[in-house]
Design a protein around this ligand. Structure first.
Ligand code: MD3
Ligand code: FE
Length: 199
């Protein structure tokens, strides 16, 4: 239950429970301004994950394709990335750029995210920082090629992952969540915040 991929760093329980609760309060405010949507793949298939975003750009997908967009599909600007979230980036990414996108993924019962690479950013030179909240999720990580060997690890509430270097272009996904394994969200589920430099 340990991942050995160059550039993959996991900070178990980086956020304590009070810090997670503060982040959930900020999350509720973001979602009030920018509600979760059902993303649809370019081929027209609805994804099981619900998505929204904060920052200058949000990652969206619909029949038009995958892209970073300056507005929510409802036509409003994305909310600002909360300072508490930027503080995690500053502490762990240690780079000159600030994230321009905080993608917010919600996993309800049965939701998953298929294996993919994050390749819609202009540069892959910047790390990606991921914050897990709520129910545990089984994260799977492979290498730069599709269909290679993979390793899996459970990400728990408060865990933070930093992907840089070779890990930045690794294939990865979320196979399943342990619905109801955390009490952070009264109705259950997992939220992942992913911070990225996009331009
Ligand atoms: C490894 N999210 O939003 S976060 C995504 O838990 C995404 O919601 C997953 O994959 C989630 O694109 C995984 C951890 C993560 C994020 C980005 C990565 C791992 C990564 C980029 C490169 C390599
Ligand atoms: Fe990803």
């Amino acid at each position: 239950s340990h991942l050995t991929v160059a550039g993959f760093d996991i900070y178990k329980s980086y956020l304590d429970v009070p810090a997670q609760e503060t982040m959930v309060a900020a999350l509720r405010e973001m979602v009030r301004q920018a509600p979760f949507v059902v993303p649809v793949t370019p081929r027209g298939k609805p994804m099981s994950v619900r998505m929204t975003a904060a920052g200058a750009f949000g990652w969206i997908t619909d029949r038009q394709g995958y892209r970073y967009a300056p507005e929510h599909p409802q036509g409003t600007p994305w909310p600002a990335i909360p300072q508490q979230v930027l503080d995690v980036w500053d502490a762990l990414a240690g780079v000159a750029r600030r994230p321009e996108c905080c993608l917010i993924n919600y996993y309800g019962e049965g939701a998953r995210l298929g294996m993919h690479q994050d390749k819609d950013e202009v540069s892959y030179d910047w790390p990606v920082v991921s914050i897990s909240l709520g129910d545990a999720g089984l994260f799977r990580m492979g290498g730069p090629e599709r269909g290679g060997k993979t390793q899996s690890i459970w990400l728990q509430s408060g865990d933070v992952v930093v992907m840089g270097g070779a890990a930045r272009l690794a294939h990865h996904g979320v196979d399943r969540i342990r619905f109801g394994s955390s009490t952070l969200f009264p109705k259950g589920g997992r939220v992942n915040l992913t911070l990225r430099v996009v331009t």
